[in-house]
Design a protein around this ligand. Structure first.
Ligand code: NI
Length: 229
């Protein structure tokens, strides 16, 4: 499932993050710093050094917003979220086709691992600020081209081959991260998401209360069955 979460960041947050990134010129490094063998061969971009003060502060800011986003929580069912990283593409930079590494070590120093069930990109530049730079995601239904307004998030299965088209004008700044979901299987997670949305709609429209209680029970009992932690 491709999950589009609109307006994760408001104009104020975007401005603050944009200013912080612009003022952190010394923290931008070659994007291959966090790429595996396969990714490094095709990755041509820049990112903010992972353990820099800038990265840690901005990462925390994005995480705290995500924790309070009901659509993100319902669609991703996050168990662990890798601290968001920040990248930029300019002057023809691109990221060729690749699949993200299955397991990463959390940067906290604890040695804790995270299985990357979902990949996520939070767009920080408005689409009119650059040409090219679409995120192309392949799944069984074909190739999806994603280029969203600043502040919007796309969450997609980390199992999919994806790439970022060359940025031929302007600069594309983004934030990216991975999620280990409580529910590993994308199909099961999609069922839970659809069920949750239907229940929310019934709650909003005042559907039969006993049925709503029963459906909410079904949701939690499926979640209990399918959660792996
Ligand atoms: Ni990737």
């Amino acid at each position: 499932m491709l999950l589009h979460v609109p307006s994760v960041l408001d104009a104020d947050a975007l401005r603050r993050i944009g200013e912080r990134l612009a003022a952190a010129e010394g923290d931008w490094v070659d994007g291959r710093a966090t790429a595996g063998h396969q990714g490094a061969a095709v990755k041509h971009n820049q990112q903010i050094a992972e353990r820099s003060k800038t990265s840690i502060e901005l990462s925390d800011a994005v995480l705290s917003v995500l924790e309070r986003n009901p659509l993100f929580i319902s669609g991703a069912l996050p168990n662990r979220v890798y601290p968001p990283l920040f990248n930029r593409y300019t002057g023809g930079m691109q990221f060729g086709g690749h699949v993200d590494g299955a397991v990463r070590i959390m940067p906290s120093g604890s040695g804790q691992k995270i299985r990357t069930d979902l990949s996520a990109t939070l767009f920080l530049s408005p689409p009119e600020a650059y040409d090219g730079g679409a995120l192309l995601i392949e799944d069984t239904y074909g190739v999806h081209s994603v280029k969203l307004p600043a502040g919007d998030l796309i969450v997609y299965p980390a199992t999919s081959v994806h790439r970022v088209e060359p940025v031929t004008r302007g600069t594309r700044v983004g934030c990216f991260f991975w999620i280990q979901s409580l529910v590993r299987d994308d199909g099961r997670r999609t069922v839970l998401f659809d069920l949750d949305r239907a229940i929310q709609r019934l709650n909003a429209t005042g559907g039969d209360e006993a049925a709503r209680v029963q459906l909410t029970g079904v949701y939690h009992n499926l979640l209990r069955m399918w959660t792996d932690t």
